[in-house]
Design a protein around this ligand. Structure first.
Ligand code: SF4
Length: 73
């Protein structure tokens, strides 16, 4: 499974970081995602989600008020 955030509509409320802190991190008021090795994708882009983080990422996407967490695969 892969995940990315649309920074143009991210509200920066941080719910995703609270829900799945190993995957999402707020920087400069928007949420960035970590790739499978833990590196923050500051240039944007799509991250591989480790199997043990899938439930948290799905919960974050469901709760996201900006509806800007996108999942593929
Ligand atoms: S929950 Fe959604 S709107 Fe809120 S910071 Fe995370 S990606 Fe942005």
């Amino acid at each position: 499974m892969k995940v990315w955030v649309d920074h143009d509509v991210c509200t920066g409320d941080g719910l995703c970081e609270e829900t799945a802190p190993a995957v999402f991190q707020l920087e400069d008021g928007v949420s960035y995602v970590r790739d499978g090795r833990g590196a923050l994708l500051m240039g944007g882009g799509m991250a591989d989600v480790p199997d043990h983080e899938i439930d948290g990422v799905l919960d974050a996407a469901e709760q996201c008020p900006g509806e800007c967490i996108f999942i593929e695969g």
